[in-house]
Design a protein around this ligand. Structure first.
Ligand code: ATP
Ligand code: MG
Length: 546
Protein backbone atom coordinates (compact mmCIF):
# COMPACT_ATOMS: atom_id res chain seq x y z
CA UNK A 1 0.00 0.00 0.00
CA UNK A 2 1.20 3.49 -0.79
CA UNK A 3 2.37 5.55 2.15
CA UNK A 4 0.25 8.49 3.19
CA UNK A 5 1.87 11.90 3.02
CA UNK A 6 2.65 12.03 6.73
CA UNK A 7 4.40 8.68 6.79
CA UNK A 8 6.31 9.79 3.69
CA UNK A 9 7.56 12.83 5.58
CA UNK A 10 8.47 10.73 8.60
CA UNK A 11 10.38 8.23 6.48
CA UNK A 12 12.24 11.02 4.67
CA UNK A 13 13.19 12.65 7.94
CA UNK A 14 14.48 9.38 9.36
CA UNK A 15 16.35 8.53 6.17
CA UNK A 16 17.98 11.95 5.87
CA UNK A 17 18.80 11.99 9.56
CA UNK A 18 16.84 15.17 10.22
CA UNK A 19 15.45 13.31 13.19
CA UNK A 20 17.02 10.38 14.99
CA UNK A 21 13.75 8.98 16.28
CA UNK A 22 10.18 10.01 15.73
CA UNK A 23 8.42 11.56 18.70
CA UNK A 24 4.73 12.43 18.48
CA UNK A 25 2.10 13.42 21.01
CA UNK A 26 -1.64 13.21 21.35
CA UNK A 27 -2.77 16.52 22.89
CA UNK A 28 -6.38 16.39 24.10
CA UNK A 29 -7.95 19.20 26.01
CA UNK A 30 -9.64 17.64 29.06
CA UNK A 31 -12.93 19.44 28.45
CA UNK A 32 -15.02 16.55 27.16
CA UNK A 33 -14.94 12.91 26.18
CA UNK A 34 -12.96 11.68 23.20
CA UNK A 35 -14.85 10.83 20.02
CA UNK A 36 -14.21 8.77 16.93
CA UNK A 37 -12.41 11.75 15.32
CA UNK A 38 -9.96 11.74 18.21
CA UNK A 39 -9.61 8.00 17.74
CA UNK A 40 -8.36 8.69 14.25
CA UNK A 41 -5.80 11.18 15.60
CA UNK A 42 -4.77 8.72 18.33
CA UNK A 43 -4.27 5.92 15.81
CA UNK A 44 -2.13 8.25 13.75
CA UNK A 45 -0.03 9.71 16.58
CA UNK A 46 0.51 6.44 18.45
CA UNK A 47 0.47 4.34 15.29
CA UNK A 48 3.32 6.24 13.64
CA UNK A 49 5.42 6.13 16.80
CA UNK A 50 4.93 2.36 17.01
CA UNK A 51 5.60 1.73 13.33
CA UNK A 52 8.85 3.68 13.31
CA UNK A 53 10.17 2.64 16.69
CA UNK A 54 9.61 6.06 18.22
CA UNK A 55 7.37 7.20 21.05
CA UNK A 56 4.17 9.08 21.55
CA UNK A 57 3.36 11.20 24.59
CA UNK A 58 -0.06 11.77 26.05
CA UNK A 59 -0.25 15.46 26.78
CA UNK A 60 -3.21 17.20 28.28
CA UNK A 61 -3.63 20.68 26.91
CA UNK A 62 -5.03 22.02 30.14
CA UNK A 63 -4.68 25.73 29.53
CA UNK A 64 -8.29 26.71 30.21
CA UNK A 65 -9.12 26.28 33.92
CA UNK A 66 -12.81 27.02 33.50
CA UNK A 67 -13.89 24.12 31.33
CA UNK A 68 -11.50 21.40 32.29
CA UNK A 69 -12.03 18.63 34.70
CA UNK A 70 -10.40 15.62 36.27
CA UNK A 71 -13.35 13.43 35.20
CA UNK A 72 -12.46 14.13 31.58
CA UNK A 73 -8.77 13.46 32.18
CA UNK A 74 -9.55 10.00 33.60
CA UNK A 75 -11.98 9.21 30.80
CA UNK A 76 -9.41 10.20 28.16
CA UNK A 77 -6.68 8.04 29.71
CA UNK A 78 -9.09 5.14 29.87
CA UNK A 79 -10.17 5.55 26.25
CA UNK A 80 -6.66 5.79 24.84
CA UNK A 81 -5.66 2.67 26.73
CA UNK A 82 -8.79 0.84 25.64
CA UNK A 83 -7.95 1.62 22.03
CA UNK A 84 -4.76 -0.34 22.61
CA UNK A 85 -2.13 2.36 23.04
CA UNK A 86 0.30 3.07 25.82
CA UNK A 87 2.31 6.12 26.78
CA UNK A 88 4.34 4.39 29.53
CA UNK A 89 5.29 7.08 32.03
CA UNK A 90 5.03 9.87 29.49
CA UNK A 91 1.85 11.51 30.63
CA UNK A 92 2.33 15.26 30.56
CA UNK A 93 0.24 18.33 31.08
CA UNK A 94 0.71 21.75 29.60
CA UNK A 95 0.24 22.93 33.18
CA UNK A 96 3.49 21.12 34.08
CA UNK A 97 5.20 23.75 31.94
CA UNK A 98 3.44 26.88 33.22
CA UNK A 99 6.56 28.18 34.96
CA UNK A 100 8.77 27.62 31.90
CA UNK A 101 6.18 29.11 29.57
CA UNK A 102 5.87 32.14 31.80
CA UNK A 103 9.63 32.67 31.74
CA UNK A 104 9.67 32.51 27.98
CA UNK A 105 6.94 35.14 28.05
CA UNK A 106 9.27 37.40 30.02
CA UNK A 107 12.06 36.59 27.62
CA UNK A 108 9.94 37.65 24.64
CA UNK A 109 9.18 40.92 26.46
CA UNK A 110 12.86 41.50 27.20
CA UNK A 111 13.69 41.17 23.53
CA UNK A 112 10.88 43.49 22.47
CA UNK A 113 8.86 40.64 20.98
CA UNK A 114 5.86 40.84 23.30
CA UNK A 115 3.92 43.56 25.10
CA UNK A 116 1.12 43.95 27.60
CA UNK A 117 -2.02 45.29 26.00
CA UNK A 118 -4.67 46.91 28.16
CA UNK A 119 -7.34 47.00 25.50
CA UNK A 120 -10.33 44.79 26.22
CA UNK A 121 -11.37 41.80 24.11
CA UNK A 122 -13.84 43.80 22.01
CA UNK A 123 -11.31 46.49 21.22
CA UNK A 124 -8.71 43.93 20.27
CA UNK A 125 -11.19 42.24 17.98
CA UNK A 126 -12.18 45.51 16.34
CA UNK A 127 -8.58 46.44 15.70
CA UNK A 128 -7.69 43.08 14.27
CA UNK A 129 -8.74 44.03 10.73
CA UNK A 130 -10.27 41.60 8.26
CA UNK A 131 -9.08 39.21 5.60
CA UNK A 132 -8.83 42.12 3.19
CA UNK A 133 -7.85 44.96 5.52
CA UNK A 134 -4.83 45.17 7.78
CA UNK A 135 -5.31 45.55 11.53
CA UNK A 136 -4.39 48.53 13.65
CA UNK A 137 -1.59 48.62 16.15
CA UNK A 138 -2.63 48.80 19.76
CA UNK A 139 -1.93 52.13 21.52
CA UNK A 140 0.00 50.10 24.12
CA UNK A 141 2.22 48.39 21.59
CA UNK A 142 5.20 50.59 22.31
CA UNK A 143 5.29 50.32 26.07
CA UNK A 144 8.80 50.06 27.40
CA UNK A 145 10.29 46.68 28.28
CA UNK A 146 10.31 47.74 31.96
CA UNK A 147 6.67 48.69 31.95
CA UNK A 148 5.74 45.46 30.14
CA UNK A 149 7.72 43.32 32.56
CA UNK A 150 6.21 45.10 35.53
CA UNK A 151 2.66 44.65 34.23
CA UNK A 152 3.21 41.02 33.24
CA UNK A 153 4.58 40.22 36.68
CA UNK A 154 1.66 41.91 38.35
CA UNK A 155 -0.73 40.03 36.05
CA UNK A 156 0.85 36.85 37.33
CA UNK A 157 0.63 38.05 40.92
CA UNK A 158 -3.11 38.39 40.53
CA UNK A 159 -3.29 42.18 40.90
CA UNK A 160 -5.73 42.67 38.03
CA UNK A 161 -9.22 41.40 37.31
CA UNK A 162 -10.03 39.12 34.38
CA UNK A 163 -9.75 40.94 31.08
CA UNK A 164 -7.78 43.95 32.36
CA UNK A 165 -4.67 43.09 30.35
CA UNK A 166 -3.30 40.48 27.99
CA UNK A 167 0.18 39.63 26.82
CA UNK A 168 0.50 39.83 23.04
CA UNK A 169 3.26 38.89 20.67
CA UNK A 170 4.61 41.85 18.73
CA UNK A 171 4.64 40.55 15.17
CA UNK A 172 2.84 42.37 12.37
CA UNK A 173 -0.62 43.95 12.37
CA UNK A 174 -0.52 44.10 8.57
CA UNK A 175 0.21 40.42 8.08
CA UNK A 176 -2.11 38.75 5.58
CA UNK A 177 -2.39 35.97 8.18
CA UNK A 178 -4.64 37.18 10.98
CA UNK A 179 -2.98 34.75 13.41
CA UNK A 180 0.21 36.80 13.06
CA UNK A 181 -1.44 40.12 13.96
CA UNK A 182 -0.01 40.45 17.44
CA UNK A 183 -1.73 37.33 18.75
CA UNK A 184 -2.68 37.09 22.40
CA UNK A 185 -0.31 34.81 24.34
CA UNK A 186 -1.63 35.14 27.89
CA UNK A 187 -4.90 36.13 29.52
CA UNK A 188 -5.94 36.77 33.09
CA UNK A 189 -8.25 34.12 34.52
CA UNK A 190 -9.11 33.94 38.17
CA UNK A 191 -10.48 30.60 39.22
CA UNK A 192 -9.19 27.23 40.24
CA UNK A 193 -7.37 25.01 37.79
CA UNK A 194 -7.94 21.29 38.34
CA UNK A 195 -4.21 20.66 38.70
CA UNK A 196 -2.51 23.89 39.66
CA UNK A 197 -5.28 25.18 41.91
CA UNK A 198 -4.99 28.90 42.64
CA UNK A 199 -1.29 29.12 41.79
CA UNK A 200 -1.89 31.03 38.57
CA UNK A 201 -3.93 34.07 37.66
CA UNK A 202 -2.78 34.07 34.06
CA UNK A 203 -3.07 31.23 31.57
CA UNK A 204 -1.30 30.74 28.26
CA UNK A 205 -3.33 30.55 25.07
CA UNK A 206 -3.37 27.24 23.25
CA UNK A 207 -1.44 28.76 20.34
CA UNK A 208 1.33 29.76 22.72
CA UNK A 209 1.41 26.69 24.94
CA UNK A 210 1.20 24.11 22.20
CA UNK A 211 4.35 24.71 20.14
CA UNK A 212 6.42 25.39 23.24
CA UNK A 213 5.17 22.23 24.96
CA UNK A 214 6.06 20.33 21.80
CA UNK A 215 9.54 21.83 21.96
CA UNK A 216 9.98 20.99 25.64
CA UNK A 217 9.07 17.37 24.98
CA UNK A 218 11.25 17.08 21.90
CA UNK A 219 8.30 16.32 19.65
CA UNK A 220 9.55 15.84 16.09
CA UNK A 221 6.25 15.62 14.22
CA UNK A 222 3.35 17.53 15.73
CA UNK A 223 0.33 16.21 13.86
CA UNK A 224 -2.88 18.16 13.96
CA UNK A 225 -5.99 18.85 11.95
CA UNK A 226 -6.21 21.19 8.98
CA UNK A 227 -7.74 24.12 10.83
CA UNK A 228 -4.33 24.65 12.41
CA UNK A 229 -2.57 25.16 9.09
CA UNK A 230 -3.10 28.92 9.38
CA UNK A 231 -1.60 28.82 12.84
CA UNK A 232 1.60 27.19 11.65
CA UNK A 233 3.45 30.49 10.99
CA UNK A 234 2.80 31.44 14.61
CA UNK A 235 3.89 27.98 15.74
CA UNK A 236 7.16 28.44 13.88
CA UNK A 237 7.60 32.03 15.05
CA UNK A 238 7.32 31.00 18.70
CA UNK A 239 9.68 28.06 18.30
CA UNK A 240 12.20 30.35 16.59
CA UNK A 241 11.88 33.23 19.02
CA UNK A 242 11.87 31.43 22.33
CA UNK A 243 15.05 29.80 23.67
CA UNK A 244 13.59 26.30 23.31
CA UNK A 245 15.64 23.08 23.47
CA UNK A 246 14.35 21.54 20.23
CA UNK A 247 12.67 22.40 16.99
CA UNK A 248 9.36 20.61 16.44
CA UNK A 249 7.41 20.85 13.22
CA UNK A 250 3.70 20.85 12.69
CA UNK A 251 1.92 18.89 9.95
CA UNK A 252 -1.79 19.04 9.23
CA UNK A 253 -4.15 16.32 8.08
CA UNK A 254 -7.89 16.34 7.36
CA UNK A 255 -10.15 15.82 10.34
CA UNK A 256 -12.55 12.93 10.29
CA UNK A 257 -16.13 13.81 9.48
CA UNK A 258 -18.70 11.03 9.75
CA UNK A 259 -22.13 10.98 8.16
CA UNK A 260 -25.18 11.13 10.49
CA UNK A 261 -22.89 12.29 13.29
CA UNK A 262 -21.90 15.49 15.07
CA UNK A 263 -18.40 15.62 16.39
CA UNK A 264 -17.79 18.95 18.03
CA UNK A 265 -17.34 18.59 21.77
CA UNK A 266 -19.56 21.59 22.35
CA UNK A 267 -22.42 19.87 20.53
CA UNK A 268 -21.81 16.54 22.21
CA UNK A 269 -21.87 18.34 25.55
CA UNK A 270 -25.26 19.83 24.67
CA UNK A 271 -26.64 16.40 23.80
CA UNK A 272 -25.57 15.19 27.23
CA UNK A 273 -26.53 18.24 29.27
CA UNK A 274 -29.94 18.68 27.66
CA UNK A 275 -30.74 15.00 28.07
CA UNK A 276 -31.08 14.07 24.41
CA UNK A 277 -28.95 11.04 25.22
CA UNK A 278 -28.36 9.20 28.49
CA UNK A 279 -24.79 10.37 28.96
CA UNK A 280 -21.37 10.59 27.34
CA UNK A 281 -21.36 6.81 27.01
CA UNK A 282 -24.81 6.49 25.50
CA UNK A 283 -24.37 3.86 22.78
CA UNK A 284 -25.70 6.31 20.18
CA UNK A 285 -22.90 8.78 20.87
CA UNK A 286 -19.82 8.91 18.63
CA UNK A 287 -17.68 9.09 21.76
CA UNK A 288 -15.23 6.28 22.36
CA UNK A 289 -17.10 5.57 25.59
CA UNK A 290 -20.35 5.33 23.62
CA UNK A 291 -18.87 3.12 20.92
CA UNK A 292 -17.44 0.86 23.61
CA UNK A 293 -20.77 0.54 25.37
CA UNK A 294 -22.41 -0.09 22.02
CA UNK A 295 -20.17 -3.16 21.69
CA UNK A 296 -17.63 -1.88 19.18
CA UNK A 297 -14.12 -3.21 19.58
CA UNK A 298 -10.74 -1.47 19.63
CA UNK A 299 -9.61 -3.64 16.70
CA UNK A 300 -12.58 -2.50 14.63
CA UNK A 301 -11.95 1.16 15.40
CA UNK A 302 -8.25 0.86 14.56
CA UNK A 303 -9.14 -0.91 11.33
CA UNK A 304 -11.59 1.88 10.54
CA UNK A 305 -8.93 4.55 11.17
CA UNK A 306 -6.58 2.68 8.84
CA UNK A 307 -9.12 2.43 6.08
CA UNK A 308 -10.08 6.08 6.36
CA UNK A 309 -6.42 6.90 5.94
CA UNK A 310 -4.79 10.29 6.08
CA UNK A 311 -5.96 12.94 3.65
CA UNK A 312 -4.99 16.52 2.98
CA UNK A 313 -8.50 17.59 2.19
CA UNK A 314 -11.69 17.46 4.27
CA UNK A 315 -14.20 14.82 3.31
CA UNK A 316 -17.16 12.97 4.77
CA UNK A 317 -16.79 9.32 5.66
CA UNK A 318 -19.83 7.07 5.54
CA UNK A 319 -20.69 5.80 9.01
CA UNK A 320 -21.53 2.50 7.28
CA UNK A 321 -17.78 1.96 6.91
CA UNK A 322 -17.38 1.95 10.69
CA UNK A 323 -20.22 -0.54 10.95
CA UNK A 324 -18.57 -2.67 8.29
CA UNK A 325 -15.32 -2.78 10.27
CA UNK A 326 -17.21 -3.82 13.39
CA UNK A 327 -19.04 -6.63 11.57
CA UNK A 328 -15.78 -7.81 10.15
CA UNK A 329 -14.19 -8.08 13.56
CA UNK A 330 -17.19 -9.48 15.43
CA UNK A 331 -17.86 -12.02 12.71
CA UNK A 332 -14.54 -13.58 13.64
CA UNK A 333 -14.65 -13.11 17.37
CA UNK A 334 -18.22 -13.13 18.65
CA UNK A 335 -19.84 -16.48 19.52
CA UNK A 336 -23.26 -17.19 18.07
CA UNK A 337 -26.27 -17.61 20.27
CA UNK A 338 -29.96 -17.79 19.56
CA UNK A 339 -32.22 -15.01 20.70
CA UNK A 340 -35.74 -14.09 19.69
CA UNK A 341 -36.60 -10.42 19.80
CA UNK A 342 -40.32 -10.64 19.03
CA UNK A 343 -41.36 -14.04 20.36
CA UNK A 344 -44.16 -16.18 18.96
CA UNK A 345 -44.88 -19.36 20.93
CA UNK A 346 -44.88 -22.64 19.04
CA UNK A 347 -46.24 -25.81 20.68
CA UNK A 348 -44.74 -28.98 19.23
CA UNK A 349 -47.51 -31.52 19.53
CA UNK A 350 -45.42 -34.63 18.97
CA UNK A 351 -42.76 -33.73 21.53
CA UNK A 352 -43.30 -35.05 25.06
CA UNK A 353 -44.31 -32.57 27.71
CA UNK A 354 -41.69 -31.99 30.40
CA UNK A 355 -38.87 -33.47 28.36
CA UNK A 356 -35.68 -31.64 27.41
CA UNK A 357 -33.31 -32.57 24.64
CA UNK A 358 -29.87 -30.95 24.33
CA UNK A 359 -28.18 -30.12 21.06
CA UNK A 360 -24.52 -29.46 20.52
CA UNK A 361 -24.10 -26.33 18.48
CA UNK A 362 -20.94 -24.68 17.15
CA UNK A 363 -20.13 -21.32 18.74
CA UNK A 364 -18.76 -20.00 15.48
CA UNK A 365 -19.14 -21.95 12.25
CA UNK A 366 -16.20 -19.95 10.87
CA UNK A 367 -13.88 -20.93 13.69
CA UNK A 368 -14.00 -24.46 15.08
CA UNK A 369 -11.57 -23.41 17.77
CA UNK A 370 -14.38 -21.50 19.46
CA UNK A 371 -15.96 -24.82 20.43
CA UNK A 372 -19.55 -25.83 20.92
CA UNK A 373 -22.27 -25.27 23.46
CA UNK A 374 -25.42 -27.13 24.45
CA UNK A 375 -28.80 -25.70 23.60
CA UNK A 376 -31.99 -27.11 25.16
CA UNK A 377 -35.05 -28.03 23.13
CA UNK A 378 -38.52 -28.71 24.57
CA UNK A 379 -42.17 -28.94 23.65
CA UNK A 380 -42.69 -25.17 23.60
CA UNK A 381 -40.33 -22.89 21.77
CA UNK A 382 -40.28 -19.29 20.60
CA UNK A 383 -39.61 -18.24 17.07
CA UNK A 384 -39.40 -14.74 15.64
CA UNK A 385 -42.88 -13.36 14.97
CA UNK A 386 -41.99 -12.20 11.49
CA UNK A 387 -40.63 -15.62 10.56
CA UNK A 388 -44.27 -16.71 10.27
CA UNK A 389 -46.97 -15.61 7.84
CA UNK A 390 -50.40 -17.11 7.71
CA UNK A 391 -50.82 -16.16 4.08
CA UNK A 392 -47.33 -15.94 2.68
CA UNK A 393 -46.67 -13.97 -0.49
CA UNK A 394 -44.70 -15.68 -3.24
CA UNK A 395 -41.22 -14.79 -2.07
CA UNK A 396 -41.75 -15.65 1.59
CA UNK A 397 -40.02 -18.97 2.30
CA UNK A 398 -40.17 -19.09 6.06
CA UNK A 399 -42.87 -20.68 8.19
CA UNK A 400 -46.54 -20.77 7.20
CA UNK A 401 -49.37 -23.27 7.67
CA UNK A 402 -48.45 -26.66 6.26
CA UNK A 403 -44.89 -25.64 5.48
CA UNK A 404 -41.70 -27.23 6.76
CA UNK A 405 -38.64 -25.25 7.92
CA UNK A 406 -35.43 -26.17 9.68
CA UNK A 407 -34.89 -25.16 13.28
CA UNK A 408 -31.19 -24.37 13.57
CA UNK A 409 -29.26 -27.40 14.94
CA UNK A 410 -32.50 -29.14 15.99
CA UNK A 411 -35.29 -30.57 13.84
CA UNK A 412 -37.39 -29.88 10.78
CA UNK A 413 -40.66 -28.40 11.91
CA UNK A 414 -44.03 -28.21 10.14
CA UNK A 415 -46.73 -25.76 11.15
CA UNK A 416 -50.01 -27.56 11.71
CA UNK A 417 -52.21 -24.87 13.18
CA UNK A 418 -52.66 -21.25 14.16
CA UNK A 419 -54.21 -20.12 17.45
CA UNK A 420 -55.73 -16.62 17.61
CA UNK A 421 -57.19 -14.46 20.36
CA UNK A 422 -60.58 -12.75 20.28
CA UNK A 423 -59.09 -9.83 18.38
CA UNK A 424 -57.97 -12.18 15.66
CA UNK A 425 -54.26 -11.83 16.48
CA UNK A 426 -52.01 -14.83 16.25
CA UNK A 427 -50.93 -15.84 19.76
CA UNK A 428 -49.52 -19.31 19.21
CA UNK A 429 -48.66 -21.86 16.55
CA UNK A 430 -49.11 -25.61 16.62
CA UNK A 431 -46.49 -27.71 14.93
CA UNK A 432 -44.86 -31.14 14.63
CA UNK A 433 -41.24 -32.10 14.18
CA UNK A 434 -39.82 -34.89 12.06
CA UNK A 435 -37.86 -36.99 14.61
CA UNK A 436 -35.66 -38.40 11.85
CA UNK A 437 -34.17 -34.93 11.22
CA UNK A 438 -32.47 -34.64 14.60
CA UNK A 439 -29.47 -32.30 14.38
CA UNK A 440 -30.91 -30.54 11.33
CA UNK A 441 -30.51 -32.95 8.43
CA UNK A 442 -33.00 -35.31 6.81
CA UNK A 443 -32.06 -38.91 5.93
CA UNK A 444 -33.82 -38.50 2.58
CA UNK A 445 -31.76 -35.41 1.80
CA UNK A 446 -34.69 -32.99 1.55
CA UNK A 447 -33.86 -29.40 2.41
CA UNK A 448 -36.29 -26.80 3.66
CA UNK A 449 -35.89 -23.38 2.12
CA UNK A 450 -35.48 -21.63 5.48
CA UNK A 451 -33.58 -22.17 8.71
CA UNK A 452 -34.99 -20.37 11.72
CA UNK A 453 -33.50 -19.52 15.08
CA UNK A 454 -35.54 -20.47 18.13
CA UNK A 455 -35.39 -20.63 21.91
CA UNK A 456 -36.88 -23.21 24.26
CA UNK A 457 -39.65 -21.42 26.18
CA UNK A 458 -39.07 -23.22 29.43
CA UNK A 459 -35.34 -22.43 29.43
CA UNK A 460 -35.43 -18.95 27.92
CA UNK A 461 -33.91 -15.93 29.61
CA UNK A 462 -36.25 -13.00 29.48
CA UNK A 463 -34.24 -9.85 28.76
CA UNK A 464 -34.29 -6.28 27.58
CA UNK A 465 -32.78 -5.47 24.22
CA UNK A 466 -31.96 -1.96 23.06
CA UNK A 467 -31.91 -1.40 19.34
CA UNK A 468 -30.09 1.68 18.13
CA UNK A 469 -30.49 3.63 14.97
CA UNK A 470 -28.62 6.74 13.81
CA UNK A 471 -28.91 9.59 16.24
CA UNK A 472 -29.57 12.07 13.44
CA UNK A 473 -31.83 11.97 10.41
CA UNK A 474 -29.59 13.66 7.86
CA UNK A 475 -26.20 12.81 6.55
CA UNK A 476 -24.85 16.14 7.68
CA UNK A 477 -26.76 17.19 10.81
CA UNK A 478 -24.72 20.40 11.15
CA UNK A 479 -25.77 21.69 7.75
CA UNK A 480 -29.15 23.11 8.70
CA UNK A 481 -27.68 25.17 11.54
CA UNK A 482 -29.88 23.53 14.17
CA UNK A 483 -28.51 20.05 14.73
CA UNK A 484 -30.98 19.35 17.54
CA UNK A 485 -33.89 19.69 15.12
CA UNK A 486 -32.33 16.85 13.16
CA UNK A 487 -32.37 14.33 16.02
CA UNK A 488 -33.91 11.01 15.00
CA UNK A 489 -36.84 10.36 17.37
CA UNK A 490 -36.50 6.64 16.70
CA UNK A 491 -32.83 6.30 17.50
CA UNK A 492 -33.59 4.02 20.46
CA UNK A 493 -36.11 1.21 20.49
CA UNK A 494 -36.43 -0.86 23.64
CA UNK A 495 -37.68 -4.44 23.54
CA UNK A 496 -38.62 -5.60 27.01
CA UNK A 497 -39.28 -9.31 26.68
CA UNK A 498 -36.84 -10.77 24.26
CA UNK A 499 -36.03 -14.46 24.79
CA UNK A 500 -32.49 -15.80 24.85
CA UNK A 501 -30.99 -19.23 25.05
CA UNK A 502 -29.74 -19.97 28.58
CA UNK A 503 -26.03 -20.17 27.67
CA UNK A 504 -25.72 -16.38 28.01
CA UNK A 505 -26.93 -16.34 31.59
CA UNK A 506 -24.39 -14.54 33.79
CA UNK A 507 -22.40 -13.21 30.83
CA UNK A 508 -20.40 -10.24 32.10
CA UNK A 509 -21.11 -6.70 30.92
CA UNK A 510 -19.56 -5.98 27.51
CA UNK A 511 -19.66 -9.66 26.47
CA UNK A 512 -20.26 -9.71 22.73
CA UNK A 513 -22.34 -12.26 20.88
CA UNK A 514 -24.04 -12.69 17.57
CA UNK A 515 -27.77 -13.31 17.83
CA UNK A 516 -28.12 -15.63 14.87
CA UNK A 517 -29.72 -13.99 11.86
CA UNK A 518 -30.21 -10.71 13.75
CA UNK A 519 -26.95 -8.97 14.44
CA UNK A 520 -24.19 -8.42 16.97
CA UNK A 521 -25.15 -7.60 20.53
CA UNK A 522 -23.35 -6.96 23.78
CA UNK A 523 -24.28 -7.10 27.43
CA UNK A 524 -24.95 -3.61 28.72
CA UNK A 525 -23.56 -2.59 32.13
CA UNK A 526 -27.17 -1.89 33.19
CA UNK A 527 -27.60 -5.67 33.42
CA UNK A 528 -27.96 -6.97 36.93
CA UNK A 529 -28.34 -10.58 37.95
CA UNK A 530 -31.43 -12.01 36.33
CA UNK A 531 -32.33 -8.78 34.55
CA UNK A 532 -30.09 -8.82 31.53
CA UNK A 533 -29.87 -5.93 29.08
CA UNK A 534 -28.36 -6.20 25.62
CA UNK A 535 -27.36 -3.51 23.14
CA UNK A 536 -27.49 -4.13 19.45
CA UNK A 537 -24.08 -3.11 18.14
CA UNK A 538 -24.90 -3.59 14.45
CA UNK A 539 -27.17 -5.65 12.28
CA UNK A 540 -25.64 -8.50 10.31
CA UNK A 541 -25.56 -7.14 6.80
CA UNK A 542 -23.76 -4.25 5.18
CA UNK A 543 -26.06 -1.86 3.39
CA UNK A 544 -23.21 -1.05 1.01
CA UNK A 545 -20.15 -2.66 -0.47
CA UNK A 546 -16.73 -1.77 0.92
P1 ATP B 1 -12.77 21.40 20.33
O1 ATP B 1 -14.12 20.78 19.98
O2 ATP B 1 -12.66 21.93 21.71
O3 ATP B 1 -12.15 22.21 19.24
P2 ATP B 1 -11.01 19.32 19.57
O4 ATP B 1 -11.93 18.33 18.95
O5 ATP B 1 -10.03 20.07 18.79
O6 ATP B 1 -11.83 20.22 20.50
P3 ATP B 1 -8.87 18.47 21.30
O7 ATP B 1 -8.99 17.81 22.61
O8 ATP B 1 -8.19 19.77 21.22
O9 ATP B 1 -10.33 18.56 20.77
O10 ATP B 1 -8.29 17.47 20.24
C1 ATP B 1 -7.14 16.71 20.43
C2 ATP B 1 -6.56 16.32 19.11
O11 ATP B 1 -7.49 15.57 18.34
C3 ATP B 1 -6.17 17.51 18.28
O12 ATP B 1 -4.85 17.32 17.82
C4 ATP B 1 -7.14 17.52 17.14
O13 ATP B 1 -6.53 18.00 15.98
C5 ATP B 1 -7.55 16.06 17.03
N1 ATP B 1 -8.92 15.96 16.51
C6 ATP B 1 -10.01 16.56 17.00
N2 ATP B 1 -11.09 16.29 16.25
C7 ATP B 1 -10.68 15.49 15.24
C8 ATP B 1 -11.32 14.86 14.12
N3 ATP B 1 -12.62 15.01 13.89
N4 ATP B 1 -10.55 14.13 13.29
C9 ATP B 1 -9.24 13.95 13.52
N5 ATP B 1 -8.58 14.51 14.55
C10 ATP B 1 -9.27 15.28 15.41
MG1 MG C 1 -8.77 21.60 20.02
Amino acid sequence: MALDFIREIVEDDLRSGRVAAVVTRFPPEPNGYLHIGHAKAICLDFGIALEYGGRCNLRFDDTNPVKEDIEYTRAIENDVRWLGFDWDDREYHASDYFEQLYRWGESLIERGLAFVDSCNADEIREMRGTLTEPGQESPHRNRSVEENLDLFRRMRAGEFPDGAHVLRAKIDMASPNINMRDPVLYRIRHGAHHRTGEAWSIYPMYDYAHPLSDAIEGITHSLCTLEYADHRPLYDWLVENCPVPARPRQYEFARLNLSYTVMSKRKLLRLVEEGHVRGWDDPRMPTIAGLRRRGMTPAAIRDFADRVGVAKRENMIDVALLEHCVRDDLNRTAPRVMGVLHPLRVVIENFAEGETEWFDTPNNPEDEGMGTRRVPFSREIYIERDDFMEEPPKKFFRLSPGREVRLRSAYFLTCTGVVKNDAGEIVELRATIDPTTRGGDAPDGRRPKATLHWVSAQHAIDCEVRLYDRLFKSENPEESGDFLADLNPESLQVITHAKLEPSVRDAAPMTKVQFERLGYFCVDPDSSGEAMVFNRTVTLKDTKKF
